[in-house]
Design a protein around this ligand. Structure first.
Ligand SMILES: [Mg+2]
Length: 428
């Protein structure tokens, strides 16, 4: 049977219900659900959820195991599903026989957004998992947090909490998913994201596309056609740890291209003002804390002071009039907003210096997600990031200030933070 060919749900369910109907254990009839309120995840176990095993056969849910039978992109209700491939119950049974634990790992962010009813979601999972007929563990991420793929919260939950004493066999374990960042082709639409492929990379799992899994399982093989080359074909981002470890300079002077490793060599001894220019999540405030705080600047940040721009301006004027150096930590993304500060400097015979926090847009999105996952600090919306990006004008010396580009190097307070930072955190 070809993929996506309509199949009769009735035909699939009937044979698989045989063992269930003859069982006298009622927990065998349905998926047993528990909701972990603190983690904001939903865990389902069908027929006990399978035995702990070093061999994990894990699967995405939508468009990997099931598709809406209505033909719509999103299921209309809890009954709107059919198996992607009618051979799946047989394949599941084969993998259980080979000693694999079957695990379904799914993003259902519509629950947090209120777009779908949680009971309808559970019904859709329940009925399809029952149709598949094998002991199975279901892990559902309901929020945009560490548990949402491609982030590996659900994988950590499985390996650390559900089978803590088992060493997973990464050679033979795998994950199957359809969201692999593939571009549009004559045969199919573009993938909606890279979340599945990047989840597998983050978890260090072998990855297969659904069609690769089906043909592999049909041959009776355990694993084949691993899609390692897919990663090089997609435009996804994670920071380079090698680069961050190697590039230890602090600034680069735009006019000369010279790299600066000590601030003392470039900061004037006369009265001056450092004007930050950079979008949200480019490391401005942490740069201040790391490099400038100990140098006795008066720090003016509209975000931290939570006040009107006019108040920031009058504080800068007063401070410079009292011959104290100033750091202005605002986004100042366009020429007009920087011109205002440069004028304040000129009026008080202070030297204006611009520190440009320059990062690619994808790196900014990565930093914003990382901040959301690791701190209580509020994060900005994607819309705001795009708006800032649209308004951004690169600072130049023609504005009347010396311009330095900041070399962004992240700092961490734990190894866990470092590991997380150098993973794929965004799905597009
Ligand atoms: Mg999917």
């Amino acid at each position: 049977m070809k993929l996506n060919q309509p199949v009769s749900t009735f035909c699939i369910i009937l044979p698989d219900l045989q063992h269930v109907l003859t069982s006298d254990n009622t927990s065998d009839l349905t998926v047993q659900w528990t909701e972990d309120e603190t983690k904001r995840i939903i865990v389902g176990k069908f027929r006990g959820g399978g035995q702990a095993s070093p061999l994990i056969a894990s699967f995405d849910f939508d468009y990997t195991l099931v598709v809406p039978k209505s033909g719509k992109t999103y299921p209309v209700d809890g009954s709107d599903w059919k198996l992607l491939d009618s051979r799946l119950p047989k394949f599941f049974s084969d993998y259980v026989e080979k000693g694999y634990r079957l695990v379904v790992v799914s993003n259902q962010g519509g629950i947090e957004k209120g777009k779908v009813n949680v009971n309808e979601v559970k019904k859709r999972f329940n009925d399809s998992i029952v149709a598949l007929g094998q002991p199975c563990l279901v892990l559902i991420a309901t929020h945009d947090d560490i548990f949402r793929k491609p982030r590996i919260g659900l994988w950590s939950y499985l390996s650390e909490e559900l089978q803590p004493s088992v060493d997973i066999d990464f050679e033979r374990s795998f994950y199957v998913g359809d969201a692999a960042g593939r571009k549009k082709s004559a045969l199919r639409k573009a993938d909606h994201s890279c979340a599945d492929l990047l989840f597998a990379v983050n978890a260090k799992l072998n990855f297969m596309l659904p069609e690769q899994f089906m043909s592999c399982a049909a041959k009776g093989a355990t694993m084949c056609n691993q899609s390692k080359s897919l990663l090089s074909q997609i435009d996804c981002f994670k920071p380079s740890e090698e680069r961050d470890n190697a590039e230890q300079f602090i600034l680069r002077e735009v006019a000369t291209g010279a790299k600066v490793t000590s601030l003392q060599t470039v900061l004037p001894t006369q009265l001056h003002c450092i004007i930050f220019s950079g979008m949200s999540a480019t490391g401005k405030s942490s740069f201040y804390r790391r490099h400038l705080k100990q140098l006795n600047y008066v720090y003016i940040s509209r975000d931290e002071m939570n006040c009107a721009m006019s108040k920031c301006e009058s504080l800068a004027e007063k401070t410079l009039s009292a011959s104290q150096n100033v750091v202005i930590d605002n986004t100042s993304v366009d020429k007009t907003s920087r011109a205002k500060w440069i004028q304040v400097c000129k009026d008080r015979r202070a030297i204006p210096i611009i520190f440009h926090f320059k990062l690619p847009l994808k790196h900014i999105f990565h930093n914003n997600v990382y901040r959301k996952l690791t701190t209580a600090q509020s994060t900005v919306t994607s819309v705001l990031i795009y708006t800032q990006n649209k308004r951004f004008e690169e600072p130049t010396a023609s504005e009347g200030a010396t311009v330095f580009e900041v070399n962004f190097v992240p700092t961490f307070t734990s190894e866990e933070q470092r590991t997380l930072y150098y993973m794929y955190l965004t799905e597009k």
